[in-house]
Design a protein around this ligand. Sequence first.
Ligand code: ADP
Length: 489
Amino acid sequence: MSIPTSEQKVIDAVPKQLLIGGEWHDGGGGETLAVEDPSTGETLVEIADATPADGDAALSAATEAQFAWGDHPPRERGEILRRAWQEISDRADELALLMTLEMGKSVAESKAEVTYGAEFLRWFSEEAVRIAGRYAIPPNGQGRMLVMRQPVGPCLFITPWNFPLAMGTRKIAPAIAAGCTMVVKPAQQTPLSMLALADILQRAGLPDGVLNILTAKSSGKLMGPLIADRRARKLSFTGSTEVGRELMKQASEQLLRVSMELGGNAPFLVFDDADIDAAVEGAVLAKMRNVGEACTAANRFHVATGVAEEFTQKLAARIGAMKVGRGTEDGVEVGPLIDNDQRGKVDELVTDAVGRGAEAVVGGAVVDGPGYFYEPTVLANVSAESRLLSEEIFGPVAPVVGFSDEEEALDWANRTEYGLVAYVYTRDLGRAFRVCERLETGMVGLNQGMVSNAAAPFGGVKQSGFGREGGVEGIEEYVETKYVAMTLP
Ligand code: ADP
């Protein structure tokens, strides 16, 4: 099947090489990496595959650019981000189509990510000029104390495929604002959005070497030596807890500063005093956004027994009516999963739950044909031992479990090693505060099904990682504190 002209044009506009020191290069080994359309399983394009020598060159470029970039006027750093935000906004339709081609979700969802992802550039363009230190008189009145905030230095970024643009911009934008240089390795499944972003930032005036992009088939072989390299000063990773753990081990060799945005297993709690229709709407968003392939996705629904049947039926009606198909088609709300492995994992979890007595109210099966589609699914009567209550599903599957009181709901919510986000629906203000305060998560959606916002600190606790992205907190990951003790002659 050939690629339609409009789609080919969007792919043609993207650089296919590595960005090192401001120049686009082929991979040193002459190899390429195939980027696939998950709705057809066919190759869209071949791009450069970086070798460890390319990685070394990229870190050299970032290191060389660091001093001058850290000294660059903050206002100008901000204006580069602002210009890039403007260009992404102007080209949002084209960038959304590109994202859908490599990642699968509907064009409407890709467009929402383009807006969300670009917003980090605008937000941090405004924060670039607000990185302030501190001056103080010590308690004994002797001398003075000065606290400086300086860029941490060259950063390494590793990003996942589920939000190909936004997972990059929420690291890249604060790093640029703070005056750090960087080497970025996007996921091998979805490198095109990152290449398009790099091209935009270069043209917005980013000096050579500040942003270097490496695309590669084997992330471990490429990034391992860079994580061990003393010129790197910071590693920020978004991806699975399993890989995050491995990267932390590697980073411990040189005590590299790390930020980790890892997996989640978000509980979605619906109390009997909740507005059930609003809870269903929130549930659709929390579950079905990004085809369920989000670390913030509601993984399990815990619903007060008195309203569980009503909630389940209404959720099944909404989710069952969603149109499944190639993300570029009109009206499609649910695209394919990223690959066959991912779909296999989802199917295995559903099979396990059904084997333990769960009932598929809607869906519950793989969709035949090309592409990696899975039916939007709601499962009722899910038993407590089912694997999908404790494992991250990363697909369009909503298991519903009842609870009898607030204590039981909280017990369910916190019964996981993850701690990224939880969703709570209640109209009782006292309960809302009690529950929010006792949830062991970095974020809570209270009567809303989506928490992501460039102006807010995104991040987790427990095995969902640490560090915060976005908000006024986001810049903290990229500045180091230096204290100067002064004697006044
Ligand atoms: P996901 O389950 O979302 O695919 P992964 O944690 O496997 O998440 O991948 C997230 C990112 O981490 C991707 O860019 C991938 O290439 C990279 N990655 C995976 N394994 C390693 C590794 N051992 N070392 C460095 N990067 C890795």
